[in-house]
Design a protein around this ligand. Structure first.
Ligand SMILES: [Zn+2]
Length: 89
């Protein structure tokens, strides 16, 4: 029996997963989002980017983060966290 894998793309990173992770670089733990080329996760604080390694595994170690804008102020960033609906009680 051969198992056919139809998808040739690496694991997709889900939005809720990224929000749950939060940025390890800022105290506010702003949610992360994929950049346009989908090879990095960018923090909503605008300060850090985290490279995504082979297999789609994001590298969330702060020592591996790319400092995008050292003048970004995470404390001034207001992040609208989308209510994900569903069965939150
Ligand atoms: Zn951050």
């Amino acid at each position: 029996m051969e198992r056919q894998d139809q998808s040739d793309s690496p694991q997709q990173l889900e939005g809720w997963f990224l929000e749950m992770l939060g940025c390890p670089g800022c105290e506010q733990r702003h949610p992360l989002h994929l950049n346009a080329t989908q090879d990095s996760l960018l923090c909503a604080c605008g300060r850090y980017g985290f490279p995504i390694g082979p297999g789609g595994v994001p590298n969330l170690l702060i020592e591996n983060a790319v400092l995008l804008d050292e003048n970004a102020r995470p404390e001034d960033v207001v992040v609208e966290r989308k209510a994900t609906g569903g069965s939150a009680s």
